[in-house]
Ligand binder design. Sequence first.
Ligand SMILES: Cc1ncc(COP(=O)(O)O)c(C=O)c1O
Ligand SMILES: N[C@@H](CCOP(=O)(O)O)C(=O)O
Length: 466
Amino acid sequence: MSAIRYVSTRGSAERASFRDVVLSGTAPDGGLWMPADIPRLPKARIADLAELPYPDLAALILSAFVGDAIPDERLFEICQEAYAGFDDPEVAPLVPLAGRHWLLELFHGPTLAFKDFALQVVGRIMAELIDAEEGGQPLVLVGATSGDTGSAAIAAIADRANIGLVMLHPEGRVSEVQRRQMTTVDAPNIVNLAVKGSFDDCQRIVKQLFASGVGDLRLGAVNSINWLRIAGQVPYYFAAAAKLNAVDRPLAFAVPTGNFGNAFAGHVARAMGLPVERLIVASNANAILPRTIATGLYERGEALATSAPAMDIQVASNFERLLFDADPAATPGQMELLSQEGRFHLTAPQRRVLDAMFAGASAHEGAIADAMRWARDRAGQVIDPHTAAGLHAALASDLPHDVPIVTLATAHPAKFPDAVAEALGERPAAPERLRAIFGREERYATVEADPKAVASHLEDIARTLA
Ligand SMILES: Cc1ncc(COP(=O)(O)O)c(C=O)c1O
Ligand SMILES: N[C@@H](CCOP(=O)(O)O)C(=O)O
């Protein structure tokens, strides 16, 4: 296995190794890291994946991004450990809905959302790389969450030696279950901050801190800024295709979208050779991406609060990776325009990629509730509001009828009991893992939407690790 090199989407940073990419935040020029080349798997190798249990499949796909940074045998062990805590033996079961519609259940991990797929691996690989350093500096992670990344990152990092995590969530804009999943974890290396602002404010602060640095702290990312987050979400696209015997015939995925990490992982799966006919980018009323796909204009607005709060996002971080993949030279200027003017136009090559491979659909609140009712009435499935936005888009798709559509079920319905009860008239049963969080004390501080307020918490946690 050889070394994999990574490039920045802004084009002016030196190439970096897998290790440097995983243990850092944004690239020094402010961009996001991408592999210099996305490796393509031969067809026969993809077909063989059907035989593999999920952890082996994941290790095989991940090894293409890890290269020689971790020996293959160790990577296999890490993946076994990462998925051992999932409560379904298939890890990502595929459930039939009706006709050509399927649900890929991605909520069987420790925090009941799809973020566990990558973060259970990220936490272990970070620890592996840090442990291998002699006398290395502690790693201080800073993340922004609209609800699910937070708990998944905390579950992956809590109590790890030499790693601390400060997690920002928008005050009052995550569900009670999501908040408690983060704030009831009692670990000395975890700090939760409720930010007076939106998720976009939280993410902006995180990116500003990476750009400015905080003293001489070694900062790292748990958001999908970190390439390993994207890589860790690629394997389940292959697993779904293998289950449908669709490794050499077209299929489509409807992907509930906020920060575009999950959808971009699907794009990477296709680039690696999976015959993905269409990625249907499904949003809630925050329809910036479906609108961009339709018009070619990316224009930031105010994030609206919806029943699918993890997708209440206007600046979809990973869209930058798609722009770069389609037209690298144009991307730095577009990102500059976005920060100065809040908008930019796609170039012709970028529009061609979007038109050929993506579709978009947004679901307002009524459509989300309708999709929840459709899933219950037609297939006996209770789904969460984010998955419902995906299903709404899948049902509206104009793809030929022989193309199966897999909707990614990104969260367990019990994470959003109020929204489910409002649509279906009854509250979803809470799995054992969730019941415990209700008796426990919550710990978090509230801060202004200001990088300085967050920096002081990063310094405090760094002192405890030193
Ligand atoms: C339940 C759920 N669905 C969908 C999304 C959107 O995913 P992404 O940000 O990768 O587009 C999120 C947040 O990331 C989420 O928590
Ligand atoms: N919806 C996300 C927002 C952060 O996205 P990420 O994939 O970049 O971590 C969340 O649940 O926090």
